[in-house]
Design a protein around this ligand. Structure first.
Ligand SMILES: Nc1nc2c(ncn2[C@@H]2O[C@@H]3COP(=O)(O)O[C@H]4[C@@H](O)[C@H](n5cnc6c(=O)[nH]c(N)nc65)O[C@@H]4COP(=O)(O)O[C@H]3[C@H]2O)c(=O)[nH]1
Length: 755
């Protein structure tokens, strides 16, 4: 029986019957008629029987309330009928009428539970009164039985409701000991009610709440002033299976005093306290999750921006009181987008999580590391004695990141750009201080990444949030004089000659300084500004090629990056042809660099487009090669000229590593397909030597030169030409022109995301 059916069963209470049935049993019809006339009433039904058997048959129907019974009947005696009634539990009153005047028959009749004994010749009024009395008596008995049944029902119903209640219901005596507790306690706390009856409430209340609940558990008040809805934590019975889900159940409790009832309606003596406790653990958990979500980043479980600002503001108040300084760091993972695009969001997320753990480990307990969103993190160092303290932490972070991350089967090297700002030197406002650190971080990005720098007032004028970058970028595109094209030499290490250049755009923001293409190219792609920017790059590149030709460097090819969005343009060929024609450049001098990820999008369509592009005569190279695991067989179909092995492979060349085999394989297969190979990101002499051994002779990287502005390019080329040997391209002062003097971290082994 389920709880609802049980409830209905319990609610079925018999009702009081008002109509009464009288059975007249007499063998003489004149008596039966006379009695009927005397007793007739709207509220009564009168039935007759002339023999004992007939009477028994009527009585068996069970509807009779009163029997007017003649003792002398033709078949069986009235006394036998009464005996039968007793034997068969027939619940009907009996008034015996008899012509027999002996006292014996009266005694017999009364012994057989007759209600009254009357002589047949009695006064009719006596008969009427006797019947009225018998029926009234019966009615009273019925009423009593009904009240008792109702009480029983009510008791069972309430017990049922209390036991079925989802809440814990209890009563305590004056000393705070349980006198009753419903069965809910066993599912909630793991105790059987009998284990707790007689025990003090502190047996089950969490000690942390003793003080705060003592009034509720000793509540004497009733009505509105009584305790309602206070939070109480109960302890689960130790070692019960539920205790494993958590040792504490949080409830909301209402309680009130219980008093003896008093005949005059006034409250009697205080008996104890009754209470109802509702389990709100789930709600509590949900509230905690919501509160956590409001102030934390769910991926890394670090504080989010809101909590960070809050802590920063508090720390600033304390620092001001103690006349101390504090520092804010803004960290941004370098080339994180590439990791995400290449290996997918799951790996990207894992990298962010592990990056957070590693950075956190470089900080002290009182420091706060927060995730601002995306690949941006901030750290609060609330107690620093001088700016050098912060540099030490930044160095430590950069150094920790030199160890690769192991994500699944893959090793990643990740670097970060860090901006620093100090309170109160740079700002006394929390948001502003974060912005200062952010601006400093952008500077690091703009000047080569993988380093740190402190905020300088000249950076202050630019507020480089996403929106203002977008607005400023529009302005820059319109005005056209904020972009610069830098050129990074590509060397044939065997011949010791510069054989190519890669054109890399720079945005010289009027207030923020140099901004990295990693920062603004994605925004340019999203906003469509990339089209105008690329047109500018192509024209500048062709102008540079013409200039080189004039100065005797006509053999040098020039690589230009083409973003995927531009690749979809219908007028792409024309856009490339216009500057080539304008500056009379042979198409094969121009090399369009497209990323490997582009090739993997819609192969058939891309094959056709690449072919069309090739038909103009320009060369095509595949940038960041190796990051997408595309099959080399594919490359033949794409009819590209060159592949650029991604710098992440080169970074691992310090020690024998998978990269050895990968580079060797790429070089071998590329040779079979008549594809040229160049390796980017070459930074050390050791890498040059290994790459040469691996059969890679074309290289590009900081070891030879950083990207150079046009003005310095010619000097570099002249010097390189004069030296004539690969070894002479070792870094020398003057060629590293992307001024990184303010970036104090070593970039000896910069390690953006890699294998
Ligand atoms: N750590 C290290 N880095 C080295 C080394 N040698 C060169 N690099 C850097 O590696 C990046 C190579 O360019 P990319 O892979 O095409 O990656 C480029 C390219 O995807 C994009 N980009 C640059 N210029 C343009 C452009 O004109 N158009 C488009 N669509 N994208 C561009 O922005 C990316 C970043 O450019 P940059 O910041 O100039 O960063 C450049 C270059 O400065 C080295 O030895 N070590």
């Amino acid at each position: 029986m389920n709880a609802i059916t049980a409830l209905y069963e319990l609610a079925r209470i018999p009702s009081l019957q008002t109509h009464q049935n009288i059975l007249i049993v007499d063998d003489e019809s004149r008596f039966r008629l006379a009695y009927r006339e005397l007793l007739a009433d709207d509220e009564r039904t009168i039935d007759e029987a002339s023999t004992g058997q007939e009477a028994i048959a009527r009585l068996k129907e069970g509807r009779t309330d009163l029997v007017i019974l003649d003792l002398k009947l033709p078949d069986i005696s009235g006394l036998e009928i009464m005996e039968w009634m007793t034997a068969h539990n027939i619940d009907a009153s009996v008034i015996v009428f008899s012509a027999d005047k002996s006292i014996n028959s009266a005694i017999h009749a009364l012994r057989h539970r007759a209600f009254e004994f009357l002589r047949k010749d009695c006064d009719p009024n006596d008969m009427i009164h006797a019947v009225d009395r018998a029926l009234a008596n019966r009615q009273r008995d019925q009423e009593l039985a009904l009240v008792s049944a109702q009480l029983q029902h009510s008791e069972r119903l309430h017990r049922f409701l209390v036991e079925q209640s989802p809440d814990m219901i209890f009563t305590l005596d004056r000393q705070g000991r349980f006198t009753f507790i419903n069965g809910r306690v066993s599912t909630l706390l793991g105790y059987e009610p009998r284990e707790l009856v007689g025990q003090h409430y502190t047996r089950v209340v969490d000690p942390r709440d003793y003080e705060h609940v003592q009034y509720a558990f000793n509540e004497r008040r009733v009505g509105e002033r009584a305790t309602s809805n206070i939070e109480v934590r109960f302890k689960r019975k130790p070692s019960t299976p539920r205790a494993r889900n958590g040792a504490v159940v949080t409830t909301i409790l209402s309680s009130q005093g219980v008093y003896e009832s008093h005949p005059l309606g006034q409250p009697g003596a205080f008996l104890g306290t009754s209470g109802v406790a509702r389990d709100i653990s789930e709600r509590k958990k949900a509230e905690q999750t919501i509160a956590f979500q409001a102030f934390h980043d769910l991926l890394t479980k670090l504080p989010n921006r809101t909590l960070f600002v809050d802590r920063l503001e508090m720390a600033m108040v304390q620092a001001s009181r103690r006349k101390e300084k504090l520092a804010v760091m803004f960290l941004d993972l370098d080339r994180f987008k590439l990791v995400n695009d290449t290996y997918g969001h799951q790996v990207g997320d894992q990298l962010l999580r592990e990056f957070a753990v590693r950075v956190r480990a470089c900080l002290r307990t009182g420091d706060t590391l927060a995730r601002q969103g995306g690949d941006e993190f901030t750290a609060l160092l609330p107690t620093i004695s001088n700016k050098e303290d912060v540099s030490v932490v930044a160095e430590k972070i950069l150094s920790e990141l030199r160890k690769p991350f192991l994500l699944g089967e893959t090793q990643f090297l990740a670097t970060t750009s860090i901006g620093l700002a100090v309170y109160p030197d740079d700002s006394a406002n929390a948001e502003e201080l974060i912005r200062c650190a952010d601006m400093a971080m952008y500077q690091v990005k703009g000047q080569g990444k993988n380093g740190y720098t402190a905020f300088q007032p000249h950076m202050h004028t630019a507020n480089l949030d996403r929106l203002s970058v977008e607005n400023d970028l529009r302005k820059a595109v319109k005005e056209g004089n904020q972009f610069e094209l830098h050129f990074q030499p590509q060397i044939d290490a065997d011949l010791g000659k510069v054989v190519g250049l890669e054109a890399l755009i720079r945005w010289n923001h009027p207030r923020a300084g140099m901004i990295s293409p990693d920062v603004f190219i994605p925004i340019a792609e999203e906003t469509g500004l990339i089209i105008a920017i690329s047109d500018w790059v192509l024209r500048e590149a062709c102008a540079q090629l013409a200039h080189l030709k004039q100065h005797g460097f006509g053999e040098i090819r020039l690589g230009v990056n083409l973003s995927p969005r531009e690749f979809d343009r219908v007028d792409l060929l024309e856009r490339i042809r216009i500057p080539l024609d304008e500056f009379r450049i042979a198409p094969e001098s121009l090399e369009i660099e497209i990323t490997e990820s582009l090739l993997m999008k819609d192969v058939e369509n891309i094959v056709a487009r690449v072919k069309r592009l090739r038909s103009t005569g320009v060369h095509i190279s595949i940038d960041d090669f190796g990051t997408r695991y595309s099959s080399l067989n594919y490359l033949r179909r794409f009819s590209v000229n060159r592949i650029k092995i991604d710098q992440s492979f080169v970074r691992d060349l310090r020690t024998p590593h998978d990269s050895f085999a990968i580079i060797q394989a790429i070089v071998g297969i590329a040779r079979n397909f008549n594809l040229h190979v160049i390796v980017e990101g070459v930074e050390t002499e050791q890498q040059v030597a290994i790459l040469k051994q691996l059969g890679c002779n074309e290289m590009q990287g900081y070891f030879f030169s950083r990207p150079l502005p046009s003005a310095k390019l010619m000097d570099f080329l002249k010097l390189a030409n004069r030296s004539g040997s690969g070894e002479s391209f070792a870094p020398r002062p003057g060629f590293h022109t992307e001024g990184r003097d303010h970036i104090q971290a070593s970039t000896q082994n910069p390690t953006p995301a890699g294998t």
